[in-house]
Write a protein that binds this ligand. Sequence first.
Ligand code: PLP
Length: 431
Amino acid sequence: MNHWATLDHKYIMHPFTRYRRTLQNIPIIRGEGALLYAEDGTTYVDAIASWWVNLHGHAHPYINARIKEQLDVLEHVIFSGFTHQPAITLAEKLLRRLGFPYEQLFYSDNGSTAVEVAIKMSIQYWKNLGENRPRLIAFLNSYHGDTFGAMAVSERDVFTEPFHQHLFEVDYIPYPTPENIEEVKCNLEKLVSKGNVAAFIFEPLIQGAGGMRMAKPAWLDELLLICHRNQVLTIADEVMTGFFKTSTCFAIEQLNIKPDFVCLSKALTGGYLPLGVTAFTSSIARSFQSEDVRHTFYHGHSFTANPLACTAALASLELIDKENTASKVHQIAQWHEEAANSFTTHPVVRDVRSMGLVLAMDIQTSYDEYFYNDPIREILYREFLNRGVLVRPLGNVVYVLPPACITEQQMKSVYQTMHEVLEKINQSMHG
Ligand SMILES: *Cc1c(COP(=O)(O)O)cnc(C)c1O
């Protein structure tokens, strides 16, 4: 290994990475399509789109060219009192793609900040109207990011445990299932009828980090209807689901009742650069359009609407049409469905599910103690890497979420690797 790679361990703390003296992060030197090339010559299939961000493939020539062009013109400019074309064109195109009722958006830096903005705007919306509505409702098992507001509306678990005393109070309802939907509706009805709730935040159709749990659009519609009837604002956190994860470009396209806010990030720039968007309706926008200085939204980030990031997002939107990303995703969804059938009967597998780009399954947890010391996810992660596939299980949930550019051969080899790894787990438990 080169000298630079050995210094990683010395100088850098990595995200969600447990400390281990022997830890080696894999140095990647190049990417192309769905492939990542490591310094030691190993090639990995990026079967999780580098944490759900990559859409058209790594180092895509078209996005590269557009960014290079923009770079020579304007790299960045303050976004308060100033504006630029990439930001305006992107806003126009995104809002058109989102459709009614979204009329304005606010730029920020990433998924967590897109969520923070929606939370803050929803609380201030009511203040601007002269009402105090301090509470928020969220789903159990949700993940909305790692900043304080986003943590507050996420599941309270071991990941957020050190900060619980600093997080504002949130009312939680279970993620709907066929068994609990009536009960969830009742819970929600009771909470919203108190009149002190600013907003309900949710991940539409798929809870990502919470284990790729899937919900039917009809259940979410019923919950959104309860919110709307009780004048509670609704926030769709599409940071993960946006850009075809659920088969449609946005998950909310499959809902009849449209949320007041939509948060986007991750694949927004095709996975190139950090950028967050919070889109909202005209009635939200109007509540901030006032001569009263107290009605101003006092929020901003130094790199708000960075022109390079906006240009990457514009190029990605153009590729969605040019390369017919929707039909590629449709094809992948079909492969997933066929593959799902081949996993359902496997002895260590439970609850195989697929939607759009996502294929997920639970590895039977009753065997967890067998791997004491080494959680099953670590074993699975390493087994996949050893076979040249990047898959990062969420607890005992194994899933793939490839970039839309993945080839049939690459996808089928990933399924094959999944079979091999599951077989190895099965044998080590029974052998
Ligand atoms: C990843 C994610 C976030 C946080 O986005 P970051 O860019 O990592 O801050 C928020 N919400 C959901 C649903 C996510 O999957």
